[in-house]
Design a protein around this ligand. Structure first.
Ligand SMILES: Cc1cc2nc3c(=O)[nH]c(=O)nc-3n(C[C@H](O)[C@H](O)[C@H](O)COP(=O)(O)OP(=O)(O)OC[C@H]3O[C@@H](n4cnc5c(N)ncnc54)[C@H](O)[C@@H]3O)c2cc1C
Length: 384
C-alpha cells in the first residue's frame, strides 16, 4: 500500500493534520495504537485552546461540531505572584471576545477521530504499531508489527513526546526534566468563576484554575515531584481543602469531580523537525512547561502549517521533498523556540525562593500590569 502522507500517532496533533488534509489531492494513512475514548463525567485532561487554534479547528470543520455546553470561554485572567505581584488581563480591555477556550482533550479528539474515519482520502490503521522504518531515497517504508507494509512519500511523526518515529529516524533530543509534575483534577466550586482563569506563582509551584462550564474548574498544579506525590496521595476531601486554601478560597468550597492524576514535566528540544521524507509535529517535535497553557496550541499550529504547505504544493513536488519540509521547519521554529525560552525562563524565575528574586518578579508583574503596551503584547501572545 502506498500513500502520499503517512501520519503515525492519532493524538490531537496527528488527527488535526489528517483532517486538515481532507480536501487536498493527497492520499493519507494514519497509524494509531488505540482509538480515543470519552471518559465518564469530565476528562481530567483539559486544554486552554487559543483563539487562533479555535479558528483552525473551525476551518477544518471541527469546532462547530463540538458540544458547546462543554466549552467555557475565558474572559479574564488573574495572575498572582508569591509576594503581592498581580497581573490581570481581560478580553474586554484587550478588545477581543475571549482570551481562550477551555475544553476537554477527549472532546476534541473523539470529534476529530469520527471525522477522520469518514474521510474519503484517509486509510486508518488501528490498532496498529510500527516496527521498522526506512526513510529511503524513493519512498519511506514502514513495517507494522502485524506484518503489513506501508509506503509513503512523507512520514509524519505525531506520536507524542517519547516518539517512536523520532527515535527510528535517529533524531536525538534533549530532555530537561523539571523534577516537577503537573497534577490535574477537576472540581465543582461553591462560587461562580465568571469565566476567570486564575494562576498563582507559589513557592511550591504554579497553580492554575481553568474555568469549566457551570460552577466547575480544572486544576493544573505544576509542583516538585515530592509535593505532587503527596497531593496525589490525599483523600478527595483533603485534596479539596488543600487546593481551595492554595487558591485563597477564591471559588469557595471545592468538591472533587475527577480523581487527581499527575504527569511529568519536561522541556524537550529537537534539533530539527524536518528531514528527508520526515516531519515531526506536536509533542514529538517539542515539549514545554504547561505554565503558558500553549502545549497543544503549538501542536495544532504545526498541523496547520504542514497541511497548508502540503495542500499548496504543486503536483510535481514530492511530499517528502526536504526543501519543502524545511519550509515547514522554518515556519514553526521561531514560535516554538520563543515559547520554550519564555516558559522555561519564567519557570526558573519563579522556582527559587531567594527573597531578592521574589521582590523582582513580583515588582515586574505589577509593572507589567500597569503598562498597557506590555500587557497587551502578552495578551496578543496568549491569543496565538
Ligand atoms: C498524562 C498526561 C496528562 C496531561 N494533561 C495535560 C493537561 O491537563 N493539560 C495540558 O495542556 N496538557 C496536558 N498534557 C500534555 C498534552 O497532553 C500534550 O501536550 C498533547 O497531548 C500533545 O499532543 P500530541 O498529539 O502531539 O501527542 P499525544 O497526545 O501524546 O498523542 C500521541 C498519539 O500517538 C499514539 N502513539 C504513540 N506511540 C505510538 C506508536 N508507536 N504507534 C502508534 N501510535 C502511537 C498515542 O496513542 C497517541 O494517540 C498531558 C500529558 C500527559 C502525558
Amino acid at each position: 500500500m502506498r500513500f502520499d502522507v503517512l501520519i503515525i500517532g492519532g493524538g490531537l496533533a496527528g488527527l488535526s493534520l489528517a483532517v486538515a488534509l481532507r480536501s487536498a489531492r493527497l492520499s493519507v494513512a494514519l497509524v494509531e495504537n488505540r482509538p480515543p475514548r470519552r471518559p465518564e463525567g469530565w476528562d481530567a485532561r483539559v486544554y486552554a485552546v487559543s483563539p487562533a487554534c479555535a479558528n483552525f479547528l473551525s476551518e477544518i470543520g471541527i469546532w462547530d461540531r463540538l458540544d458547546g455546553s462543554r466549552i467555557e470561554p475565558v474572559q479574564t485572567m488573574a495572575v498572582r505572584g508569591d509576594a503581592g505581584g498581580q497581573l490581570n488581563f481581560s478580553a474586554y480591555d484587550s478588545g477581543v471576545s475571549e482570551l481562550a477556550w477551555i475544553l476537554e482533550g477527549s472532546l476534541m479528539q473523539t470529534e476529530l477521530w469520527e471525522t477522520a474515519t469518514r474521510q474519503a482520502n484517509l486509510t486508518l490503521f488501528c490498532p496498529a504499531r510500527p516496527q521498522r522504518l526506512d526513510l529511503g531515497q524513493e519512498a519511506a517504508v514502514l513495517d507494522l508489527e502485524d506484518g503489513r507494509r506501508i509506503e509513503a512519500a512523507l512520514v509524519v511523526g505525531a506520536d507524542g513526546a517519547d516518539s517512536w518515529v523520532r527515535n527510528a529516524a535517529g533524531i536525538d533530543v534533549n530532555f530537561k526534566h523539571y523534577g516537577q509534575m503537573g497534577v490535574v483534577a477537576n472540581f465543582a466550586c461553591a462560587r461562580p468563576h465568571r469565566g476567570t482563569a486564575f494562576q498563582w506563582f507559589r513557592e511550591d509551584g504554579i497553580l492554575a484554575w481553568l474555568p469549566l462550564p457551570g460552577n466547575r474548574m480544572s486544576m493544573v498544579w505544576s509542583t516538585p515531584d515530592e509535593h505532587a506525590r503527596e497531593l496525589l496521595g490525599l483523600s478527595a476531601e483533603a485534596l479539596c481543602q488543600r487546593v481551595a486554601a492554595a487558591g485563597g478560597e477564591a471559588l469557595g468550597e471545592l468538591s472533587l469531580l475527577t480523581p487527581a492524576a499527575g504527569f511529568p514535566l519536561r522541556l524537550m528540544r529537537a534539533p530539527h523537525s524536518a528531514a528527508h521524507r520526515l516531519a515531526l509535529i506536536g509533542d514529538a517535535a517539542h515539549a514545554i512547561h504547561p505554565l503558558s497553557g500553549h502545549g497543544i496550541n503549538l501542536g495544532f499550529l504545526d498541523a496547520r502549517a504542514l497541511a497548508e504547505l502540503l495542500a499548496g504544493k504543486p503536483n510535481f513536488v514530492d511530499a517528502g521533498d526536504l526543501a519543502l519540509l524545511r519550509r515547514y521547519q522554518r515556519a514553526r521554529r521561531e514560535e516554538v523556540v520563543a515559547l520554550q525560552t519564555v516558559t522555561d525562563g519564567l519557570q526558573r524565575l519563579f522556582a527559587p525562593t531567594h527573597p531578592l528574586l521574589a521582590a523582582v518578579r513580583n515588582a515586574g508583574m505589577n509593572l507589567t500590569g500597569r503598562l498597557p503596551i506590555l500587557r497587551d503584547a502578552l495578551v496578543r501572545y496568549a491569543l496565538g
